[in-house]
Design a protein around this ligand. Structure first.
Ligand code: MGD
Ligand code: MGD
Ligand code: SF4
Ligand code: MO
Length: 697
């Protein structure tokens, strides 16, 4: 069903919807259709923050919708696994095959031998944790801990402040000091950037804390190019300074917090000199920043996700997010912090799933390779992947590939396009995109809920998640609700469970704005919803979880063999691996000229980036914006984007963060060497040319 409600279906028309991809901005979109096909996608003015413009990626989303890599109909594997030979199947045959296999596996091994595997995908409330959750809960499969992103930061944020909403983009204009810490909004949330610029024009100072000189860092008053993984000590040195110089807001601490004394004690050892030495910074610059942060208000801190993806990530997030409390930065517009607002609506899928979670095995998704190869009692016999592309996005790629290569594993991949993961499936099911189905987008950068609606008919035989899981459930004899067989019905069901003050405006106007009219002031409009309403500066449960205790630093694991730190942040070309199929040109390693000089490398040389886990072959680009000792590859590459079919995740271990069991994507240690002849893996080599402007940032 198409919603091209103005003009004739076959003429040119413009239709409004919302981008629900895993991006904090949730833009309002204007999609231009001709003869029922998308011809252009742009930002609309409907949402003030979108302000009529969107990123280049989604402007090109039509190329994905109608592209060659799209999965047009169900597929069943014909050749050997990985060979990429499939035959066309009907939905009936594909779902019948899956249902039969699920029942056989349950009878032989128990239902916990089935692992549903999903993450962001289209990121809305309908595409995940609706019919899928009902089905898997009722069937009693293993449960997935969705830890690949945001778990250290959200665990820290939740422990400190509960689900308190953060400062939203428009209020950055009111700040006099903006601190961007481990975030790169120029790529990963572009609508924040103009608000930062406006504030700067009005005299606000900007500080960026990032191992790379990002676009924003170039325009900052202070750029602290710290070594990855050392944020915890940098933040602690500022806490120490605030406490020691009587700059901590004692009245606020007394009224609104617990645990300040314990935090002060843990920070005591981190003088500027010591922190600067560990973090590889100039101690004076660090001190300048601390003085600025103490002196200037309103000060807002944008905490990103780059700082969580290492062995110290949870404690880093805690120490950073505790800064506005200790410095007393709340209670004014433009003051406080922004993290993720995804919890702020307090919406739990349990409200609309109405099937309790079974007490089955919980599997941390970051361990996928290990899980497939090593877990027993029962071993995983079926992996059901949807909203996710684990070959491209999970740690320890070679172990993931080895696991997926198992002969006795039955893999279902429910996908929009033929991803690297789908290539290894037994059955591939075609999924709709957010332009072909209903959803509810919950913004994690702003504070709103918006309705996503189909603007075109589903391409070929693609179907929305809810519909497919509902049908599969029926085939398994399970009850997922008779009234929820389509995404439209499921939308009505879901929204009917929402409080009336949310449901009504959402269904009538397509948008609901959160606390404080969408621009909440912390400690004025929104407050911590911790058990006693206070900020927990020393959450005991995390002290027990964290291997070295709270606010403790764990040493750099670099060795002589692998002295360089590899990071792999978001780029403007993909959303995680989504749209990776449209990359033109091979990816490039970004490396500081000094590190390159020491290895006699020049721009354009083909290099081997390696450690004990794997190796990546691609050209190198000398880039003085990288910190010395830190090299960068893009996040979300498809295998075809390097010479040997391996990406950054082939070098990332499946060890976990200190808090929350997160992935350590930015904590890989590697060495880099020139190769005269790259090991070309022809199956994955898509290009023989390289694209010189293909930079990390
Ligand atoms: N274009 C685009 N937008 C996206 C995404 C995408 O893939 N592409 N992904 C979306 C998703 S899923 C997420 S989670 C967000 C992530 O958005 P961001 O929070 O911006 O996260 P990253 O891009 O991972 O890293 C941000 C910055 O952290 C730096 N960094 C790396 N290690 C460290 C460290 O140890 N300490 C500090 N202080 N900085 C470090 C990196 O150099 C990078 O510039 O973006 C979302 N938006
Ligand atoms: N090296 C490195 N790796 C990283 C990161 C990093 O910083 N460095 N960051 C990590 C982060 S922040 C994240 S969030 C993860 C994300 O990792 P993933 O969750 O794997 O995200 P995507 O790569 O976008 O893959 C989502 C897939 O879901 C499909 N999809 C979208 N909508 C639907 C739908 O409605 N139905 C179905 N069935 N499928 C759908 C898309 O086509 C896409 O292939 O990657 C992580 N991986
Ligand atoms: S990916 Fe982000 S910036 Fe791009 S259209 Fe979607 S919400 Fe907007
Ligand atoms: Mo993410």
């Amino acid at each position: 069903m198409s919603n091209s409600d103005d003009e004739s279906t076959w003429g040119r028309s413009k239709v409004e919807t919302v981008c629900s991809l895993d991006c904090p901005d949730t833009c309002s979109l204007e999609v231009t259709l001709e003869k029922g096909r998308i011809v252009a996608i742009d930002g609309s003015d409907r949402h003030a923050v979108t302000d009529g413009y969107i990123c280049e990626k989604v402007r090109r989303f039509g190329d994905r919708v109608y592209g060659d890599t799209r999965v047009p109909h169900p597929l069943i594997r014909e050749g050997t696994r990985g060979e990429g030979r499939f035959r066309r199947a009907s939905w009936d045959e594909a779902l019948g095959t899956i249902a039969t296999r699920m029942i056989e596996i349950r009878d032989q091994w128990g239902a916990e031998a089935i692992l549903p595997f999903s993450y962001g995908g289209s990121n809305g409330l309908l595409t995940q944790d609706t019919a899928d959750a009902r089905l898997f809960r009722q069937f009693g499969t293993s449960r997935l801990a969705r830890t690949v992103c945001a778990i250290p930061t959200s665990t820290a944020n939740q422990a400190l402040y509960g689900k308190m909403a953060g400062v939203t983009y428009p209020d950055y204009q009111h700040a006099r000091l903006i601190v961007v810490w481990g975030a790169n909004p120029s790529s990963s949330g572009i609508h924040l950037v103009p608000h930062i610029k406006t504030a700067q024009k009005a005299g606000a100072a900007l500080v960026v804390i990032d191992p790379r000189r990002t676009n924003l860092a170039r325009q900052a008053d202070i750029h602290l190019a710290l070594a990855p993984g050392t944020d915890v000590v940098v933040a602690l040195s500022i806490h120490r300074y605030l406490f020691e110089h009587d700059l901590a807001d004692q009245q606020f601490l007394a009224e609104h917090t617990h645990g300040a004394e314990q935090l002060r004690e843990r920070a005591a050892e981190w003088t500027f000199d010591r922190a600067a030495e560990v973090a590889g910074l100039d101690a004076e610059l660090l001190e300048n920043f601390a003085e600025m942060y103490a002196a200037i208000s309103p000060a807002v801190l944008r905490c990103g996700w780059g700082l969580e993806r290492n062995r110290n990530g949870g404690n880093a997030a805690l120490a950073v997010l505790a800064l506005p409390t200790v410095a007393g930065k709340f209670g004014v517009r433009g003051g406080g912090y922004s993290m993720s607002n995804s919890g702020a609506w307090n919406l739990s899928p349990d409200t609309w799933i109405d099937t309790p979670e079974p007490d089955t095995r919980i599997v941390n998704m970051n361990l996928l390779g290990r899980v497939l190869l090593e877990y027993r009692d029962p071993p995983i016999q079926m992996l059901f992947v949807y909203n996710c592309n684990p070959v491209a996005t999970m740690p320890n790629q070679n172990r993931v590939l080895e696991g997926l290569a198992r002969d006795d594993l039955f893999t279902v991949v429910f996908e929009q396009v033929m991803t690297d993961t789908a290539q290894l499936a037994d059955v591939v099911l075609p999924a709709t995109t957010f332009l072909e189905s209903y959803d509810v987008a919950k913004s994690y950068g702003l504070s709103n809920l918006q309705l996503v609606r189909p603007v075109i008919d589903a391409v070929e035989e693609a179907r929305p998640n809810v519909e497919v899981f509902a049908e599969l459930a029926t085939r398994l004899g399970l009850d997922v609700g008779q009234d929820q067989a389509t995404d439209a019905e499921a939308l009505v069901h879901l929204t009917n469970t929402l409080p009336e003050e949310i449901r009504q405006p959402l269904m009538e106007t397509g948008i609901v704005t959160g606390a404080g009219d969408g621009t909440p002031i912390q400690f004025v409009d929104v407050f911590p919803d911790t058990p006693d309403g206070k900020v927990q500066l020393f959450p005991e449960e995390l002290e027990r979880e964290s291997p070295a205790g709270l606010y403790r630093y764990r040493e750099d694991p670099a060795t002589r063999d692998y002295p360089l730190t590899l990071i792999s942040p978001a780029t403007e070309k993909t959303i995680s691996s989504t749209l990776g199929e449209l990359r033109t040109g091979v990816a490039r390693l970004q490396m500081h000229p000094d590190d390159a000089g020491a290895r006699e490398l020049s721009t354009g040389d083909t290099v081997r980036i390696f450690n004990a886990l794997g190796e990546v072959h691609c050209p190198v680009t000398l880039n003085a914006d990288m910190r010395r000792g830190t090299v960068g590859l893009p996040k979300g590459l498809w295998r075809m984007s390097t010479f040997n079919g391996s990406t950054a995740n082939a070098l990332v271990s499946d060890e976990l963060t200190d808090i929350g069991g997160g992935a350590v994507f930015n904590d890989a240690r590697v060495e880099v060497a020139r190769v005269m002849t790259a090991r070309f893996d022809n199956q994955h080599l898509a290009f023989w040319t390289t694209d010189p402007v293909d930079q990390v940032h």
